[in-house]
Design a protein. Structure first.
Length: 240
């Protein structure tokens, strides 16, 4: 999944920033780096700043235009400061990461970063489906390119882990009829133990049903509870 998430750097001026961005990517499991018309190709300084992420640099794809970098992508998000003159669908880093991870199963997706001093042009931003903004300190919102890449790379990894864990463990809950059989079994066992007096049952079962409905046991948990009741039934029968 992470292999189809592209980090695209547009017209980057300093090769050290390219290397540092590659490092930020690799720490979070991202590997697809695209360079759009970089001022200089990655060099020794880029390798030094990558701090072991030289494989990301070696496999980086260099193209001349943003259009080339995103041609086969189904979702493109561009980093941008909020604009009052050109309204565009905006995301925060967390929702951006969730959207990228959600859609990357269908096609390649891209997150685009602009120039260090001026960001993305209006024309480039208009090629993006969404814009994303880091809610930094308004009194000092200057964020290094690699630092911004690190913020988003972390959010992407977090969203990916959450999705993976959710896919691995999808809660399976019992049907209503299964719960009703459990309640009947529970009431029968409680009567055998004299916890419930059949002639004066009171509100015990109502309160217990409310308890279990609030807890909402999963199928496996309900099976454990039914097993406990069966064990109690056997012990009572044996004692008799």
């Amino acid at each position: 999944m992470l292999e189809n998430i592209r980090i695209i750097l547009v017209n980057t001026s300093h090769t050290g920033n390219i290397g540092a961005a590659a490092r930020a990517m690799k720490t979070m499991g991202l590997s697809q780096l695209y360079l759009v018309d970089p001022v200089n190709e990655p060099d020794g300084k880029a390798s030094a700043m990558s701090a072991g992420a030289s494989d990301i640099l070696a496999n980086a794809k260099t193209v001349q235009t943003l259009s080339e970098a995103i041609a086969d992508c189904g979702l493109v998000v561009g980093t941008s400061a909020r604009s009052r003159t050109h309204a565009w669908p905006m995301l925060d880093p967390s929702s951006c990461a969730e959207k990228l991870v959600q859609e990357v199963e269908k096609y390649p997706v891209a997150l685009v970063f602009g120039r260090e001093n001026s960001g993305l042009t209006n024309e480039e931003l208009q090629q993006c489906h969404f814009h994303v903004n880091i809610d930094a300190n308004p009194d000092y919102s200057s964020l290094n390119l690699a630092a911004a890449v690190q913020v988003f790379s972390y959010e992407i990894r977090k969203a990916w882990r959450n999705k993976t864990q959710h896919d691995e463990h999808v809660n399976e809950y019992p049907l209503v009829e299964d719960l009703e059989r459990f309640y009947e079994h529970l009431e029968s066992t409680l009567q055998k133990t004299s916890f419930i007096v059949p002639k004066h049952p009171g509100m015990v079962m109502t309160k217990l049903k409310r308890l279990y409905n609030r807890a909402r046991p999963e199928v496996a948990e309900l099976n454990i509870l039914r097993g406990i009741l069966s064990a109690v039934d056997k012990a009572i029968k044996k004692a008799e």
